[in-house]
Structure formats: structure tokens, C-alpha cells
Design a protein around this ligand. Sequence first.
Ligand code: ADP
Length: 377
Amino acid sequence: MSGGQLGKMLTQVASVFDIQVSIMDKSPQAPAAQICHQFFKGDQTKYEDVYEFGKKVDLLTFEIEHINIEALRKLKAEGVTVYPDPETLNTIKDKGLQKLFYEKHNIPTSPFKLYENKAAVLAALDKNEISYPFVQKSRTDGYDGKGVAVITTSHKINRLMDGPCVIEEAVDIAKELSVIVAKNPSGAVECFPLVEMEFNAEANLVEQLICPANVSNTVEEESIAIAKEVAKSFDLVGLLAVELFLDKKGNILVNESAPRTHNSGHHTIEANITSQYEQQLRAIFDWPLGDTSILSPSVMLNVLGEPEYTGDVKYEGLEEVLKIPGVKPHIYGKRITKPFRKMGHVTILGTTIEEAKQKAEIVKNTLKVIAYEPTEN
Ligand code: ADP
């Protein structure tokens, strides 16, 4: 496992079951590195580092897509248990292969085409093969909204990126939704209830997540059925976060999936009987999957670095928000803040979603991540 916040939260739950966790990360100061049993310094994109690390563990899992797949394949071939499977990661890591996979398995997704570079996209526009508005996605270099360009008119064409990409029809989005599904090697499948994601337009990052989602039972049931279908098509072991668009006509389309614990499942630590982290462990160890029922309506806020600060991190307003009942902050322990860097999250519980949303507004305006010194520009 690697050392970010997802690794840290998984390690915390692993200790409940007395599982010994080894972490590999470039930085010994990474969030999970500080609480694991064994830390190895290494780069997860390098073959040698992943291979050497994998030889030392009984079961290898990961919570980041940018991992050296050749090393995972070799470890699997040599008998190390690797969950999720390297081939699932290989498909998902490349947004082009991921779209082709959905197409092949009849999973609803927005229509798309693949192009080698910017020149090929411009040529296709000239031939009217692509029409506005459309979305360009870098096949392999994107994360957290980076590597995605929404191009509404020809005036925005300067936003086009170079390199291999997916061009997909822009969806007329009513809501962005997420379902986290778990599957164990014995074939048991469980979904977490549907969540609704609200985005920060400037950072193109999820800003607030609401559970339960404000949608009809039909949308909830259909979304869960689609997520289960995606997990089965991948023959997944572990967790899969399936991000969905509900369009304005009521269609549900798969945007993308991630084979790991996910930002859209943080609230499950306090708001559900089983957290996504516990479910990941249950899935990969082939234990019975846990009950995912909701204990309380919740809102989850990402705590992002303020745009104008880079440097040694300082939190403002933490004590203020701790006074509010049902407000549960998680500070990941990253030493340096940067504009929009994910530094933590807060889960806000309420007797109703409206109450949780009101408290979330206060948290948003009170809790700030800054640096000791403002950045010189
Ligand atoms: P990332 O992997 O970086 O999170 P996404 O594929 O989730 O990238 O895209 C980021 C955001 O861009 C989405 O949450 C959505 O708001 C917008 N987006 C992506 N694809 C489309 C699309 N086909 N139509 C409209 N908006 C889209």
C-alpha cells in the first residue's frame, strides 16, 4: 500500500483487526507512513521498487492508480495475492481502455472517440466528426479534474491538450452521483447507498458530498444495478467506486470508475454501519461483506489548501468547528499545504440532510487551511 490519506484510513481500520500493514511511499512523512508497522521508501511508479516491496508482503493492495503494473503482474505470476487484479487496474488507468471496456460490456456511458494527439482532434473537428460541446480527457495523465477540458464552443479550443485522449459528448448533467461497490473472491457483492457529489467549479474537485442522495428510488436502484454490473464485468475483488452522471432526461451514465477506496466514501466512517475501509479489508480477505446501511444523514467536505498559500501548514478554526455537534474533522497530516491540496475532510452528521448542510456551511466558512507565511507572488 502507499502512504496517502486513503492508505492512512485503511491502516487505521486494519489495526482494529490486528492486521500488520506495510506501506511504501516516496516520503517517510506521508500520512500512512506515520502509523504503519513497516515503512519502505520507494516510488510506486518504478518496477524495482514495487516488485521488491511486493515480495515482502502476503497480500498486496493499493489505493492509487499510478502504480507500475508490470511489477504487479510479475508479483501475481509469482504467487503474491494482488487485489484488485493488475488487469483491472490496467484497464481503468487508461481512460480510453476504460471507455472501450464499458462499450464492450454494454454499460451505459457517453458516446466517445479516441485520438492520438491534438492535431488529430483538430482534423476531426474540421471534418465535423466531433461537435460542440465536448469533453477532452487525457488517457493516462489525469486525476482530480486535471487532464479534463470541457470545450463548450470553438472559442474555447485553446483549452485543447496534446497527447492521446478521449473525446466524449458533453453530458447535460443534472446530478453527479457515486456508488461504491465491494466484491469478494467468493462472489458476494454489496453496494453502499448512493451519494451525490457537488463540485467546486474553480478547482474542478468534489467540494461537498451528500448522503443519502436526493434522487428517486428508481434512480437509486438503477445506479446500484449499474455499479454491480460494472464490478461483475471486471470480476473485481475489492472496492470499486463508480462515478455516474444523471442527465437532465433521467438517463444514468457511467463517467468513470476507481478500483479502490474513494473520496466519495469518506463519510462511511461515521455515517454507515461499515466504513468503506473496513469493507475493502473484508473484500480482499474474503470475509463476509459488512452491512452498508446508513446510521445518519451526512455531508462530507474536503478540506482544501486555500488558493493563496503554499508552505508549512496551519489550520484555522478547528476548535470552533469542534464545538458543533456531529462535526467530525479528519486531518491527514500532510506537512505542506498547496492551493487546493486535499489536506483533510470533515464529515457532518445531522438528523436531516438539511441540518447537516446548514452545519456544513458554517464549517466551510470557519475551517481554513493556510500556511504560516503567505506565498510571495
Ligand atoms: P477525474 O478523473 O480527474 O476526476 P472526471 O472524468 O471525473 O475526471 O471528470 C471531472 C469532471 O469533469 C466531472 O466530475 C464532470 O463534472 C466533468 N465531466 C467529465 N466528463 C464529462 C462529460 N462527458 N460531460 C460533461 N461533464 C463532464
